[in-house]
Write a protein that binds this ligand. Structure first.
Ligand code: PMP
Length: 398
């Protein structure tokens, strides 16, 4: 059997299981609307939470840096790929996250892999929330430490596992700050307390919290007023750019610079990406109106959908999962939304648990009141048509 025949056979199994994935084409810059596969759609699925991915100031900063420094960095940071914009951005990230230092990676995925493959060692244990992002899971897989999974946000179970882990050399609690498919928030105050009680280190991936969560958007640590031992994040969501980072003490960053293989062996991101992210972070720091608007819209959508009797997961965040349950129904719901010009995809097993298929709505600060009303009205109509919500409980936005 040729390689292609073997792969085609496996792909056919993927299709039979309903798990075959295809790509959709966005034809415009990220924004509240886009042309998706040739049709104009209102986009309610983007991670561009603050609407900065096509902000003209951010674009201009990238353009200027390209003119000055070219399109590629030409090497890893430890060889010929370290430049002033990398260091400037790291300084900005450290001050934004209120840590001593920060280290850039090419993506959040690689930051998670770099941290988890280099810090926990054989003889240590990692305790990981069951809904952690795939990149944390892959990082755990690369580590020689033992691993145990605790049920999502289950603090009693986490405590039990910590008690049972006292014979390990070191304990690590690893969690997302904001969970990408559920919009839930890790209770970092309680987790920090457990970490202190049981002498464990706390590693938080705040990919979806950075710029969005907490009073000023610093992230989930700010939301709970706690310090984490390692904060990981991405520049690809609220910051609207690309790249990832780890933030923490100077010693942590020095260690990662020397031991994180996904840092050492990767070409650094171009200076234009750093200049763009630096500018976006400066906007996030100086203008809180986007953050306030985002919080207002997120809370409004949640409240209205709950009033209509939809079952919503999570709290506060711009990630609003509307649980449909049945996979086929969720797909149908997403298709009906698309027919109305709304792009909010169905998330199905195995990405989420069996019986928990959902429409994952994400809102951005760019959405208008009209966009939101149209979204809510469409949910109401489709929900009733598909008998997901009843007549009796109706929200205020029909
Ligand atoms: N962590 C979480 C929770 C994420 O959702 C993502 C992106 N989907 C990442 C890490 C990876 O970040 P990046 O896209 O920068 O690789």
């Amino acid at each position: 059997m040729s390689l292609d025949q073997w792969l085609a056979e496996r792909l056919s199994n993927t299709k039979d299981a309903g798990l075959y994935r295809t790509l959709r084409k966005m034809e415009q810059a990220p924004g509240r609307t886009n042309i998706i596969d040739g049709r104009k759609q209102l986009v309610f699925s983007s991670n561009n939470y603050l609407g900065l991915a096509a902000d003209l100031r951010v674009v201009e900063a990238a353009k200027l840096a390209i003119e000055g420094f070219g399109t590629g960095s030409s090497g890893s940071r430890l060889t010929t790929g370290n430049a002033s914009w990398h260091e400037k951005l790291e300084g900005k990230l450290a001050s934004f996250k209120q840590t001593e230092a920060a280290l850039l990676f090419s993506s959040g995925y690689l930051a998670n892999i770099g941290v988890l493959s280099s810090i926990p060692q054989e003889g240590d244990i990692i305790l990981s929330d069951e809904l952690n992002h795939a990149s944390l899971i892959d990082g755990c897989r690369l580590s020689k430490a033992d691993k145990k999974i605790y049920p999502h946000l289950h603090m009693e179970m986490l405590e039990t596992l910590l008690k049972e882990s006292m014979h390990y050399n070191h304990r690590f609690i690893v969690t997302d700050g904001v969970f990408s498919m559920d919009g839930t928030i890790a209770p970092l105050d309680k987790i920090r307390q457990l970490a202190d009680t049981y002498d464990a280190y706390l590693v938080v991936d705040d990919a979806h919290g950075t710029g969005v969560t907490g009073e000023t958007g610093i992230g989930t640590c700010e939301r709970f007023g706690v310090a984490c031992d390692v904060i990981i994040g991405t520049l690809s969501k609220a910051v609207g750019c690309e790249g990832g980072f780890a933030a923490g003490s100077r010693t942590l960053i020095d260690f990662l610079r020397n031991h994180a293989r996904s840092f050492i062996f990767q070409t650094s991101i171009p200076q234009s990406s750093c200049a763009a992210a630096y500018t976006a972070l400066a906007i996030i720091e100086s203008d809180k109106s986007r953050l306030q608007q985002l919080k207002k819209l997120s809370n409004h959508i949640r409240k209205e959908l709950v009033e209509m009797d939809f079952y919503i997961r999570g709290e506060e965040t711009p990630i609003i999962p509307v649980i449909i349950g049945d996979t086929h129904k969720a797909t149908q719901f997403a298709e009906k939304l698309q027919a109305k010009g709304i792009f909010a995809p169905a998330i199905r097993p195995p990405t989420v648990a069996e019986g928990e298929a959902r429409i994952r709505v994400t809102v951005t600060a760019d959405h208008t009141e009209e966009d939101i009303n149209y979204l809510l009205h469409s949910f109401y109509l489709i929900g009733r048509e598909m008998c997901i919500i009843q007549d009796a409980k109706i929200g205020s936005s029909k």
